[in-house]
Design a binder for this molecule. Structure first.
Ligand code: AMP
Length: 210
């Protein structure tokens, strides 16, 4: 299954992507995680992306499109993949089509803005492996050391309050039109993402028919 996860920042795409990856046995590709890794390692890609990311803006399409094109060529994507955070604009979705990448479903995880704001301000992430934590639903250990990899658990710069509103605006303006894009092709499914991680997974699996 070639799957896209759609939804606002903080809707739970990353969390569901990790769960669905295990259940479906296909890799998750997160452009946000790839870009954060590049920023951490100070690669040319990371240096170019950092300013956009820290201020909550989208990285230019050409940059993320080439990341995805390279990643999808790898062997582990042969039996399917889950895209988390890509496409995020209509031109990115068109680039997938032009590259001959077939998409089976775009699954929207729907969460209202006010819920997003309270979630994002409690969000934490492992600087080492990208594992997600949350002060309420999945609190990190008191020493902020990731149990999965020993990395430090931090607040992403783009989860700072002043950046959250901007990211939501960017989502509504540039990413939400993808619902129409995939809806017209009969590929859109939507699930309510406000009722906890397990319930969202249940609804997602139901919507995917697996
Ligand atoms: P995320 O972890 O998906 O919220 O992504 C974090 C940041 O990485 C975003 O706010 C953007 O700056 C950048 N980013 C991730 N994916 C994309 C994409 N598909 N297009 C443009 N920018 C992206």
């Amino acid at each position: 299954m070639n799957l896209i996860l759609l939804g606002a920042p903080g809707a739970g795409k990353g969390t569901q992507a990790e769960i669905l990856k295990e259940k479906l046995g296909i890799p998750t590709i997160s452009t946000g995680n790839i870009l954060r890794e590049a920023v951490k390692n100070e690669t040319p890609l990371g240096l170019e992306a950092k300013g956009y990311m820290d201020s909550g803006k989208l990285v230019p399409d050409a940059l993320v499109i080439s990341i995805i094109e390279e990643r999808l060529k790898k062997d582990d994507c042969k039996n399917g993949f889950i895209l988390d955070g890509f496409p995020r604009t209509i031109p990115q979705a068109e680039a997938l089509e032009e590259g001959g990448v077939h998409i089976d479903k775009a699954l929207e995880i729907a969460v209202r803005d006010e819920v997003i704001v309270s979630r994002l301000s409690g969000r934490r992430v492992c600087h080492g492996c990208g594992a997600p934590y949350h002060m309420i639903s999945c609190p990190p250990p008191a020493d902020n050391v990731c149990p999965k990899c020993g990395g430090e658990i931090i607040i992403r710069k783009d989860d700072l309050p002043e950046t959250i509103k901007h990211r939501l605006d960017v989502y509504h303006e540039q990413t939400e039109p993808l619902k129409g894009f995939y809806g017209e092709k009969g590929k859109l499914a939507a699930v309510n993402g406000e009722n906890g991680i397990e319930e969202t997974t249940r609804l997602a699996l139901e919507a995917l028919g697996v």
